[in-house]
Design a protein around this ligand. Structure first.
Ligand code: NAD
Length: 380
C-alpha cells in the first residue's frame, strides 16, 4: 500500500486531506505537535483511527526523519500562523522544516516521490495593482506596492496608492510570478515554497507549492486567530454580538472551501506536470468583508449590522483575489460557493457545544502586542 505523511494532519486542512487520502486507499501517517494554540483541548476527535498518529515537532530532525521513513508522498501542512511578533518562530516552523524534509530525504536516501507544501496567498503582500492615472509614469503598468504605511492607515485612507503619483490604483488578480511578502508569516511561507521547489528541482525530488487563499470549512480551529474570519464572525453572532470589521469592510478577499483545497492537492499529487511549480488555489471570486459579514449574519437569521470601529490590523493587505488559471489548466476547478461554505461550517460549529467569545481574548492579546491599532484621524 502507498504510504503518505501528512504533517499538521490534526489541523483544519490537514485532517480533511487525511480523510480523503484514506478514502483513496493510501496508508496515512500524521505528524502533528498538537500545538496548544490550535488544540488547547488536546487531540481532536476528528483524527481518524485509521491513520497512524505521531505527536511530534517538524522542527526536530530525528522525529521528522522517522516520520519520513517508508513514505512515498509528503503533504507538509504543519505551520505556525499568527500575527504575533515572534518572527523567528515562523521561519523555524514553516521554512526550516521544509528544508529539513528535503535534507533528510537526501541524507537517508529516502524513497519520497513527491513533496507538496502548503503555501499561502499571503506571499503576495500588498498585492498587484494597476495605476489608472493617465498622467503617471506608471500608467497601466503592473505595480507591486509596498505595504500601506502607518501614516496612511492612521488617517483611515485604506485604498492602495500608486508609489509614483499617490492616486488610488485598481487591484489585479494575483499571479504566481509576482510574490512580494512583507510580514513574518508571508516571508516564512515564501521561503518554504522556494525551499521545496528550488531544492527539489536541484536534487530531483519532485515538489509542488500550493498558495491557498483563505480556506474555510468545518474543523477550522476555534482558537487560532489567523485566517478564521468565518469562525470569528460566527462565534460573535452565536453570542448575540455583531461581527467586528477592520478598516471600512470594502477590502476584498478570496474564500475557498476546504474540499476544493483537498482536491487541488490530489490534482498536483497525480499530475507530473505540476512538479517544481507553484500554484494559486482560490475561489476565483472577489468578496468584500462587509458583504461576507452581512450574508453570514442573514444565515444566522439575525438583524444586526456589522460594527466598524475604525480599527485596522497591522500587516493586513487591502485586496487579495488570486488568478487560478495555472491550476485550472491541469483540470482543477473550485466548485463550492460561499453559501456552501457557510452551510458546512455552521452545521459543524453548531455541534461544538458551548462556544464562547474566544475572539475577545485573542483580540486582547493582539492589542497588547500592538497588532490591532485604531485610526487617529479618519478621512471623510
Ligand atoms: N487556513 C487557511 O486559510 C490557510 C490559508 C493559506 C495557507 N494555509 C496553510 O495551510 C496549512 C494548514 O493550515 P490550517 O488552516 O489547517 O492550520 P491549522 O492550525 O488548523 O493546522 C496546522 C497544524 O499544524 C500543527 N503544528 C503546528 N506547529 C507544528 C510543529 N512545529 N510541528 C508539527 N505540527 C505542528 C498544529 O498542531 C495544527 O494541527 C498551513 O501550512 C497554513 O500555513 C492555510
Amino acid at each position: 500500500m502507498t504510504k503518505v505523511l501528512v504533517t499538521g494532519g490534526a489541523g483544519f486542512i490537514g485532517s480533511h486531506l487525511v480523510d480523503r487520502l484514506l478514502q483513496e486507499g493510501f496508508e496515512v501517517r500524521v505528524l502533528d505537535l498538537l500545538d496548544p494554540r490550535v488544540h488547547p483541548n488536546g487531540k481532536p476527535s476528528w483524527i481518524s483511527g485509521e491513520a497512524e498518529f505521531v505527536q511530534g515537532d517538524v522542527r526536530d530532525a530525528q522525529t521528522l526523519a522517522s516520520a519520513l521513513r517508508g513514505v512515498q508522498y509528503v503533504f507538509h501542512e504543519a505551520a505556525y500562523q499568527d500575527y504575533m511578533p515572534d518572527f523567528s518562530r515562523f521561519l523555524h516552523v514553516n521554512s526550516v522544516s521544509t528544508a529539513l524534509i528535503h535534507e533528510l530525504i537526501l541524507e537517508y536516501r529516502l524513497n519520497v516521490e513527491k513533496v507538496i507544501v502548503a503555501s499561502s496567498q499571503a506571499v503576495y503582500g500588498e498585492g498587484q495593482y494597476q495605476c489608472i492615472n493617465p498622467h503617471c509614469q506608471q500608467y497601466q503598468q503592473m505595480v507591486q506596492p509596498p505595504a500601506r504605511d502607518e501614516e496612511q492607515l492612521q488617517e483611515g485612507r485604506w485604498e492602495v496608492i500608486c508609489p509614483s503619483c499617490h492616486t488610488e490604483m485598481n487591484p489585479l488578480r494575483l499571479k504566481e510570478e509576482y510574490a512580494n511578502p512583507y510580514n513574518a508569516y508571508a516571508i516564512s511561507k515564501y521561503a518554504e515554497e522556494l525551499s521545496a521547489v528550488r531544492l527539489g528541482k536541484l536534487h530531483h525530488i519532485p515538489s509542488v507549492a500550493l498558495r491557498y487563499s483563505i480556506v474555510q470549512g468545518p474543523r477550522q480551529s476555534l482558537f487560532n486567530q489567523y485566517s478564521g474570519i468565518c469562525r470569528i464572525f460566527s462565534v460573535r453572532l452565536m453570542n448575540g454580538l455583531p461581527p467586528i470589521i477592520y478598516e471600512d469592510g470594502l477590502q476584498t478577499r478570496d474564500f475557498t472551501h476546504v474540499a476544493d483545497v483537498v482536491e487541488a492537492n490530489m490534482t498536483v499529487l497525480k499530475d507530473p506536470r505540476a512538479d517544481y511549480q507553484v500554484f494559486n488555489v482560490g475561489s476565483g471570486c472577489a468578496t468584500t468583508v462587509l458583504e461576507y459579514a452581512r450574508v453570514l449574519t442573514q444565515q444566522f437569521g439575525m438583524d444586526v449590522e456589522p460594527l466598524l470601529p475604525g480599527e485596522y490590523r497591522l500587516g493586513d493587505n487591502r485586496h487579495s483575489v488570486s488568478d487560478i488559471s495555472r491550476l485550472q489548466a491541469l483540470g482543477w476547478q473550485p466548485t463550492r460557493t460561499l453559501p456552501q461554505i457557510f452551510k458546512d461550517y455552521l452545521e459543524w460549529i453548531g455541534n461544538q457545544g458551548n462556544v464562547l467569545d474566544y475572539f475577545k481574548t485573542a483580540e486582547a492579546l493582539m492589542k497588547q502586542a500592538g497588532v490591532v491599532r485604531k485610526v487617529s484621524s479618519p478621512s471623510g
